[in-house]
Design a protein around this ligand. Sequence first.
Ligand SMILES: C[S@@+](CC[C@H](N)C(=O)[O-])C[C@H]1O[C@@H](n2cnc3c(N)ncnc32)[C@H](O)[C@@H]1O
Length: 386
Amino acid sequence: MRINSIVIIYAIIWLFSIILFLNKKDILKKFFFLTTKQISKFPLKGKYALAIPFLITLLHEMIFIITGLNLLRIKDITEIFYDLSMFATGEGGADENYSEGYFEGLSEQQIKQMGPRDYENRKFDKILELLGAKQGSKILDLGCGTSTFGAYCKTKGIEVIGLTVSSEQVKHAKSKGLVAYRKDYKEHIPEFENSFDHILILGSSEHITTGSGLVISSYKKKMDKLSEILTLCYSYLKTDGTIFYSGIHMNPKHYKTAENFILLRAYGGLFQLDHPDYDIVKSFENTEFKGNRMFSRDSTRDYYLATVHDENHFGQATTFASSGMLKLLAVSAIYPFAFYQYIYYTLGLWMWMWDGNLHLGADPKYTFEEDKEKRPCTLYWHVYRK
Ligand SMILES: C[S@@+](CC[C@H](N)C(=O)[O-])C[C@H]1O[C@@H](n2cnc3c(N)ncnc32)[C@H](O)[C@@H]1O
């Protein structure tokens, strides 16, 4: 795991608390520039000083809920989420697939005979077909995860460059001989201009956020931010290049719920809102892609099926309960923010998105709500042409 700003902030807070706990006044004076008077006035000392990191987190979260202001960088929360999820699930957790499969046209019997990699590769074939990619094409994968897409494309003679915020994912991708960089795709990369035949945004736009998921204004800001990113994508594409997008949208009836708050806080992000004024289509239509939509699909059931048919999937509360949870709890002691991730897995919030129910215990019952007006979340696919 890479040392990012949050790791440094928590290390300093812990250092301060431990020194206060040990009552080492000289060190406090030297490193934290305090006077004896200030130290003696400090409200928490002795064993209580160890509660400081948790109280600071609580205070931060209250400020965030009330004002939507995030003092910690979301990108860093996301990086820790993915680094920890790889650490907690182990390599190959969720069979390395962080997004949906593609099941259209398959019978239940056929699905049962397939493994997670099979229906993920089936999805990649569909995406390549929709993009119009062929041998020799060059694709930019924004939010590449462990680069399962890049690995598949390599077998087809297609070049993929992946970007991710997680250093663990970069390591993983490089170990497979793939090209991946630890880079924020919100930032402009001049050397990418007019360089790619196709771009992929597969389940990664969920992390782009500028505020709390509990207030409607955050969703408007998010939509505008995505338009900015899509404008960058437009400039990275060659003439007639295509872009594939897949992303979860939150039903407006559910965005003010505790479930949504924990979900978004756990991985550092914000879904788009499933409303014509705030959704990804609106973001596309605010850019030069306007009017060039080639394909759209509600792919929610494919995400649900990918989870229930893969016993190692990160959305499966059963498998996760035994392996990664203790590790996550241990990490929460030094990085209290990881506790969101612990609750997220314990309550089975991933599956809540598809049926609106919490999924606790060793044998949770997963169901799929067909009616998108009642379902908390919907996953959309879209393809646009430059
Ligand atoms: C749910 S995973 C999807 C991974 C992969 N596309 C897949 O389908 O398996 C989200 C990915 O987006 C990446 N990501 C999130 N925000 C990002 C940003 N601002 N810049 C680059 N990558 C980002 C994460 O690091 C992670 O790899």
